[in-house]
Every structure is written in structure tokens, then in C-alpha cells.
Design a protein. Structure first.
Length: 478
């Protein structure tokens, strides 16, 4: 089947042909005719299946007729994150280049004034995150009574981010007679309830079983040791030795861990970018653009980047942290193996991740093998490389004394008397003796106390095994 069999307009078909696409994906084949027939659609599809074009292309055909009015958008698309919203706008700009449509983006990090001026000119397509959209409606600068078509994208991600109450409010602000397109990768009970409430006799389209992972993705788990620095060492070894690595996304559970891993990789000579929710919008978009263009082959990210971002040809995904929610695992590794390509997903696991890994394997219906061969050797080497460091820690007792001896206060006055005699009686028992800052930092006698630094600071940065394209450019700004 070709796009010409789906009922799209000539202008849209010309735009599709200009991009080089000839055959629609399964969800496009099934969804586009129903959207053009003005039916509600419930689409269940994994990332990388082409579902964005499944609603963008028929919307462009529908919008060829009619005219937008000030402050009253004709269509509304809701996305959970700023990046996804901006990505959908790019799709409209690409496929709608031959049409005179006004497309507006309502996301955080942009001034209300600029957005208000666009709304006043009239908008055919309004793409928004729920919070910023409600801000505009409450300020009186936006009316949703003219919305003919509502798209709720990445609905399960909306649930994870706590947006369901906002979605319910927005659905009550748009006309009851609107057409609704609802897309999700999984169907938890809360999402099922929403679809039953706000969709009217929808056409259900399911192109893959919920919570399945892409067929072309090879999945592994690797032991990362007990400590954070061991996990970072394991990650670096995996990056240095990975075969066929073109670019990779490295996922962390917390924003602060994104910053730590990013700085660690940068210090060890890797060309790397970072993406997390605390970055301002220009910085986030710049990091994504650098990664897309190949200017930095590695991107350390929180789950803000896990859902729906169209970053083509990602060869590897590394879970520096095993995700707490099994669904997030599916979406993270969905960044690779897109559009029929092959990919590799490696999770660095510790003893604390046993329950999370079991939940992931239960969800996806398969066991994730422990890496064999080189991966396993590298993981063991990461632990071995830390043994001298661990040995130094064991030379001190829990109280900080050397060699596991009892602390001074438990050895009584005998030691103090002997020291007094050796010093020729220079110290009287009434004089206060210097104390260490903490029990774990007893200064050595006869030599200066070594400065306590993190493992990462003293670790030599060995760049000899890094492929040239992974190296940070000389004089790169830190």
C-alpha cells in the first residue's frame, strides 16, 4: 500500500513524496483513513512506529478547508513535554510547507507576550503542554470553544507526570462534538478510564502488544559494582569498547545524577551533552540539536527524553540507572532500533536493582540476559580496578583508627602518658590536644594529612582507547 491509497490531499502527498517516504507504516495505514472519516481513534503503538505522522498528515488534509479565528484554535494537540511539542511542530513545518497554516506552540520557557500575539492572529494548529495551555485559558487569552479536533499524545506519559487532572479539565473546555485522537504505548487502568470517558465509539488500532520492546533491539544487563564510581567506570568501559557505536543515550533516574555522569564523562575526554528537566528551554533544545547533528555522540538524559523524541539512528541506549517503573524501560530502549533498524540496550545493574529488573522482565515477557564475553569481562574489571581504593578504606576501622585498632579514648591514659614521655614532657595533661574534624579523619603522625578527594579526581583520564568521534574536541568549553 502507498500513501496515495489513504485519501490524503494532493498537497500532502507531494510533501510526503518530497521527504522520500513511499510506504506508510502499519499505524499510518490503519489510522489515517479513520481520521479522515472524522472518527475518534484510540491508537496503541510503541515509539518509532510513525504515529506522529499518523495524525499530522490527515490533519493537514482536513485543515485545507476553513479559516482560523483570533484566540480560537481549530485543532489542539497536547504533548507531555516541551521537546515533544516542538518536535510535532517540526512535522507540521515539514509536511505543511506548501500550505498557509498558522501553527503555534504553547510551552514553558517562552514569554506569554509572544505566545499571546500568535494566538491573536488566529491559529489553525495549537500544540501545547497542559500546564501552559491552562495558564493561557485562565488569563483569558485563549478560547477552546472552536476546537474541531483534539489530539492527546503519549497519554501514559501524561499519567506518569501527573497531568491527567489537567487533561480532564481541558477535555471539558473543548466542544463535546469535537473529534478526538488518543495515542498511548501502554493501557494502565487510569488510561482506560479516560478513554471510556472522553472518546466516543473510537476505532481501536493496536499495532503492537502493549509494553513490548522493539524486535531489533539486543538487550543485556551488566553488573556495575556496589559504588557509584564503579558504575561510572563500568559505563566508560562499555563506551570505549562497544562495537558499532555511532551515538548513544545514557539514562539516569535523577536530574542530579545526569549532571554527575555528564561531568565525569566530559572530564575523561568524551564528547557529551546533557538533557534534564531543570535546564531552561534554549539549553534543552540546543543539547538535542547538537546530538541530532552528531556534534556530540553521547547524550546523558533523565526520562524527559525517554518518550517519543524522534532522534533517528541511535545505535545504543545505556541505562546507567535501572528505571523504577517498568514502562520507562520500554520507552528508554525504544530510542534505539527505530524504523526497522537494529540497536543495543545495556542496563548497568546493582544488587539494589533486583526487584526492578524482575518487574521489567515480567512486563516485557522475556528475560534480559546477563552480558557474556567482553561485556562481562569489562564489568569485572571495573570492580577489580577499584580494589586498591577499597583496600585503603579497609585499613581504617569503623571509628577511623588505623589497622582496626581501638580508638584512643578506649585505650585509656597509658597511650597519652607514653606520648607525654616521648615528647619530653612538653605537653601537660591539662592542655587540650588537637582533634580531627571527624572520627574518620585521624591525622597521621610525622607527615602531613593527605587531602581527601573523590575517586574521580585522582583517577587518571586514559583516552588511548577512545574512538576519535567520541573524543571531546580540544579546548571544548566545560
Amino acid at each position: 500500500m502507498s500513501f496515495s491509497n489513504l485519501g490524503l490531499s494532493e498537497k500532502v502527498l507531494a510533501a510526503v513524496a518530497a521527504t522520500g517516504y513511499t510506504t506508510p507504516t502499519p499505524i499510518q495505514q490503519q489510522a489515517i483513513p479513520h481520521v479522515l472519516a472524522r472518527r475518534d481513534v484510540l491508537g496503541i503503538a510503541q515509539t518509532g512506529t510513525g504515529k506522529t505522522a499518523a495524525f499530522v498528515l490527515p490533519m493537514l488534509t482536513i485543515l485545507e478547508k476553513g479559516r482560523a479565528r483570533a484566540r480560537m484554535p481549530r485543532t489542539l494537540i497536547l504533548e507531555p513535554t516541551r521537546e515533544l511539542a516542538a518536535q510535532v511542530k517540526e512535522q507540521f513545518d515539514k509536511y505543511g510547507a506548501g500550505q498557509k497554516l498558522n501553527v503555534a506552540l504553547l510551552i514553558g520557557g517562552v514569554s506569554f507576550g509572544d505566545q499571546d500575539s500568535k494566538l491573536m492572529r488566529g491559529v489553525d494548529v495549537l500544540i501545547a503542554t497542559p500546564g501552559r495551555l491552562l495558564d493561557h485559558t485562565e488569563r483569558g487569552g485563549l478560547l477552546l470553544t472552536g476546537v474541531e479536533l483534539l489530539v492527546i499524545d503519549e497519554a501514559d506519559r501524561m499519567l506518569d507526570m501527573g497531568f491527567i487532572p489537567d487533561i480532564e479539565r481541558i477535555c471539558k473546555l473543548v466542544p463535546f462534538t469535537r473529534q478526538t485522537l488518543f495515542f498511548t504505548a501502554t493501557m494502565p487502568p487510569e488510561i482506560s478510564r479516560i478513554t471510556e470517558t472522553f472518546l466516543h465509539n473510537p476505532e481501536r488500532i493496536e499495532v503492537s502488544r502493549p509494553a513490548t520492546t522493539a524486535v531489533g533491539v539486543s538487550q543485556f544487563q551488566v553488573s556495575g559494582g556496589r559504588e557509584a564510581h564503579q558504575k561510572r567506570e563500568t559505563l566508560r568501559r562499555l563506551l570505549r569498547d562497544a562495537k558499532d557505536l555511532n551515538n548513544a543515550i545514557i539514562f539516569c533516574n535523577r536530574k542530579r545524577d545526569v549532571a554527575v555522569v555528564y561531568k565525569s564523562l566530559q572530564k575523561h575526554g568524551f564528547a557529551v551533552g546533557a538533557l534534564h528537566g531543570d535546564m531552561d528551554q534554549p539549553a534543552r533544545m540546543a543539547a538535542l540539536e547538537q546530538f541530532r547533528k552528531g556534534e556530540v555522540p553521547l547524550l546523558v538524559a533523565s526520562d524527559v527524553a525517554a518518550r517519543g523524541l524522534d532522534i533517528p539512528a541511535v545505535s545504543h541506549v545505556f541505562n546507567f540507572d535501572v528505571p523504577h517503573h517498568p514502562d520507562d524501560y520500554v520507552h528508554r530502549i525504544g530510542r534505539t532500533g527505530r524504523a526497522g533498524r537494529s540497536g543495543t540496550a545495556v542496563s548497568i545493574v546493582t544488587s539494589l536493582d533486583t526487584k526492578s529488573m524482575a518487574a521489567i522482565e515480567k512486563l516485557i515477557g522475556q528475560q534480559i540476559p546477563r552480558a557474556e564475553g567482553d561485556y562481562a569481562v569489562r564489568a569485572d574489571a571495573a570492580e577489580d580496578s577499584e580494589k586498591p581504593h577499597e583496600h585503603r578504606k579497609r585499613e581504617h576501622g569503623r571509628d577511623g583508627s588505623r589497622g582496626g585498632r581501638k580508638p584512643r579514648r578506649e585505650r585509656g591514659e597509658r597511650q597519652g602518658g607514653e606520648r607525654h614521655a616521648k615528647n619530653g614532657g612538653r605537653h601537660s595533661s591539662s592542655q587540650p590536644q588537637p582533634q580531627s574534624a571527624s572520627p574518620s579523619r585521624v591525622p597521621s603522625i610525622g607527615r602531613p594529612e593527605p587531602r581527601r578527594v573523590a575517586r574521580e579526581e585522582v583517577e587518571p583520564a586514559d583516552h588511548s582507547h577512545l574512538p576519535a568521534f567520541l573524543l571531546r574536541p580540544p579546548r571544548a568549553r566545560v
